[in-house]
Design a protein around this ligand. Structure first.
Ligand code: NAI
Length: 258
């Protein structure tokens, strides 16, 4: 059978008319996710703590002709999250896709870890993800559809010395993903996680060159990932092609953990 698919048309129409929120979209993986969702036809609300940084990314996307809005919101603050969701609904009347991407690290060996650093990492990565997820459930249940995609990490699967808080938060996201998937599956909402491996962004730029080379040896594909690799997985999980997938954690890690 001879089948020809126009890839560009497929890609542009994938999420036509959908509205997506991406947290932590001022740079790195979040900015790439926002761009790919725009390319796939979605209206995208980009959120980050700093209005300036996220505004620049949204302006760049608007200049390309996409519907992209920026909103300053600290996802670790419940009131900020509620305002973000209200403003998105008043602008676009619906929320089809939530990508919980915002995250921070404050790495330290557990023996020396300060309570405030533990609290900050858990509050942003895990509690912030819960705040955003909880806030979109009502509109998604009303619509009888929705896609929630949580950015976890391979560190949440395998642990890492010096990253107890981050590993706990990212493992917590996987538990949150599964529980939420079970609660809202019957309402037409899917909830999945992505566990990226080593992706070249500001977050990983701090890792010393020698450690980076050692890490490379652990990756069967012998390359670090790029933000676009994670963004492609997000577009898949947000699309109709992933309609029968929920409660899963998709690793985008070059085979690093298996
Ligand atoms: P990054 O540090 O380059 O960007 C993080 C983004 O989150 C920024 O836009 C920042 O402003 C935003 N953010 C941080 N705290 C926030 C808050 N309280 N409220 C709103 N926005 C906030 O990080 P990167 O590398 O792009 O990572 C994105 C996500 O992917 C994070 O959740 C990270 O844990 C995860 N990840 C990254 C990996 C990597 O190798 N870079 C590997 C595995 C997971």
């Amino acid at each position: 059978m001879d089948v020809t698919i126009d890839q560009s048309v497929f890609r542009e129409n994938l999420l036509n008319g959908k509205t997506a929120i991406v947290t932590g979209a001022s740079r790195g993986i979040g900015a790439a996710i926002a761009q790919k969702l725009c390319e796939a036809g979605a209206n995208v609300v980009l959120c980050s703590r700093s209005a300036d940084a996220v505004g620049q990314i949204a302006d760049m996307l608007q200049d390309t002709g996409y519907t992209a809005l920026s909103m300053a919101a600290d996802i670790s603050e419940k009131a900020d999250v509620e305002t973000l969701i209200e403003k998105t609904i008043s602008q676009f009347s619906q929320i089809d896709i939530l990508v919980n991407n915002a995250g921070i690290t404050r790495d330290m060996l557990l023996m020396r870890l300060k309570d405030e650093d533990w609290d900050a990492v858990l509050q942003t990565n895990l509690t912030g993800t819960m705040y955003c997820t909880r806030a979109v459930l009502r509109p998604m249940i009303r619509q009888k559809s929705g896609r929630i995609i949580n950015i976890s990490s391979v560190i949440g699967l395998m642990g890492n010395a010096g990253q107890a808080s981050y590993a706990a938060a990212k493992a917590g996201i996987i538990g949150l993903t599964k529980a939420t998937a079970k609660e809202v599956g019957a309402r037409g909402i899917t909830v999945n996680a992505i566990a990226p491996g080593f992706i070249t962004t500001d977050m990983t730029a701090q890792i010393p060159e020698q450690s980076q080379q050692q890490l490379l040896e652990l990756i069967p594909l012998r390359a670090f990932g790029h933000p676009e690799d994670v963004a492609d997985a997000v577009c898949f999980l947000a699309s109709d092609a992933a309609r029968y997938i929920t409660g899963q954690t998709l690793q985008v890690d070059g085979g690093m953990v298996m």
